[in-house]
Design a protein around this ligand. Structure first.
Ligand code: CTP
Length: 415
């Protein structure tokens, strides 16, 4: 069988200072095997030259509809595209898109495409919050455009606030999920508040050493990215994950299981869904030395361990006691391997029975495992006995499937 052709992505770049970051996005997309045609606006070329986009994409770059007339470039690029990503998307470009204008190659291509479209807005906070821009964004969302970010942070000059373009790596990850499943990022979670814990807790022995686990935090962060892109208000409680903060989320950083418990219990009541994707150390050293432990003794000292609380089971108990809303959906994660006695699914069902959460996402870590990988697979087991298989895909695609199942029942009182 001939190899399937590389997915074709049109990268639209409009004229804002974040245009320089589109080069990094372009690199990320070409390096993961995509054919990328860059269509800058005239204004974008005042920030980054056409030569840079041509060199990085390996394809010619034009801005107007009057070059290469015989090929009707805008129609061809629009029809052939599997995905159009616009990063950065300025207030002006967003307005022209919302109005359905076709006054340059990029906007003409947008009218000539049936491919999914994602935009990463970048502008000053006032421009982003202006009712005109917000109305245009609402129009684009109603037409199925995915809006990634913006993030809060440093803008041009000394200003900070919402309006900063999402990081190129995050845009590339969300772009790829649209290629895997074009309806993976609908704007269906507006008004839903999602709390995700991610990463792995650290239990210190002394100021330089700790007990931890191999969780990278990638699956939890993917959930956060996808939930935010689908319009949810997202809180991320991150335990030591060395990953960039996804755009537009509230971030709480913790180190230990006890800190994670405190932050999670404090935040849970203000959310509709809690996803415990963090890998929690089951034990912690009973003593935490305030100075570095020296190897002076002939025999090393034994490390005494105390059991950490089960945060997930604790949340369920709080809900059962009426101290958390009855409609709060509680989702656990489990990494399992099957053995001669039970399959991964059977172990998952047993764990769900013990933890009594609403859903358990079970990753089969038998061969190769899910840790640090960019892909994942597994099962979502519901308390109602229903099991949904998650085929192998990017962690963002897995996240989309988890959110599909879990939010279908969000807000209704627990069964
Ligand atoms: N979890 C938790 N608090 C703990 C341990 C785990 O909240 N102290 C949560 C994890 O975030 C995850 C789920 O429980 O959502 C399952 O984690 P796992 O480590 O598989 O559960 P354990 O009860 O530790 O099961 P096992 O005996 O298989 O280690």
């Amino acid at each position: 069988m001939p190899p399937s052709p590389a997915p074709r992505v049109v990268l639209g770049v409009s004229g804002g200072i974040a245009a320089y970051k589109s080069c990094e996005l372009l690199r990320a997309l070409t390096e993961s095997g995509h054919h990328v045609d860059v269509i800058p606006t005239e204004a974008a070329l005042r920030f980054v030259g056409a030569a840079t986009f041509e060199a990085l994409s390996g394809n010619p770059v034009t801005t107007g509809v009057f070059s290469d007339i015989p090929s009707v470039r805008h129609v061809r690029l629009g029809q052939q595209a599997d995905l159009i990503v616009i990063a950065p998307a300025t207030a002006d470009l967003i307005a022209r898109m919302a109005a359905g204008r076709a006054d340059d190659l990029l906007t003409s291509t947008l009218l000539a495409t049936l491919a999914p479209v994602a935009i990463a807005p970048a502008m000053h906070t006032e421009m982003w919050q202006h009712p005109a821009t917000q109305a245009n964004i609402a129009t684009l969302r109603s037409r199925g455009v995915t809006v990634i970010g913006p993030a809060s942070g440093r803008l041009t000059g000394k200003d900070t606030g919402p309006g900063r373009m999402a990081e190129p790596a995050e845009i590339a990850q969300l772009a790829r999920v649209l290629l895997e499943r074009r309806d993976a990022l609908p704007h269906d979670l507006a008004g839903t508040r999602v709390l995700v814990t991610a990463g792995g807790t650290r239990e210190p022995l002394d100021p330089v050493r700790f007990l931890t686990n191999r969780s990278s935090g990638k699956q939890g962060y993917a959930l956060v990215q996808v939930a935010a892109a689908r319009g949810a208000a997202v809180t991320l409680i991150s335990a030591n994950a060395a990953l960039p903060t996804p755009a537009g989320v509230d971030l709480v950083r913790v180190e230990t299981a006890l800190e994670l418990q405190e932050a999670t219990v404090a935040a849970a009541a203000d959310h509709d869904v809690v996803v415990m994707a963090a890998a929690v150390s089951d034990f912690r050293p009973t003593e935490r030395s305030s100075s570095k432990i020296k190897k002076t003794a002939a025999e090393p000292e034994r490390i005494a361990l105390a059991k950490n609380p089960d945060i997930l089971a604790g949340l369920v108990a709080e809900r059962e006691a009426g101290r958390l809303p009855a409609g709060l959906r509680i989702v656990g994660f489990a990494a399992e391997t099957g053995d001669e006695r039970y399959t991964v699914e059977e172990y998952g069902k047993q764990k769900l029975g013990r933890k009594r959460c609403d859903y358990l996402v079970v990753n089969d870590v038998g061969e190769g495992g899910a840790f640090e990988s960019d892909t994942n697979a597994g099962l979502i087991i519901g308390r109602d006995g229903r099991t949904t298989e998650i085929p192998r895909g990017s962690k963002q695609l897995v996240a989309a499937q988890i959110l599909d199942v879990v939010t279908a029942s969000a807000g209704s009182p627990s069964a």
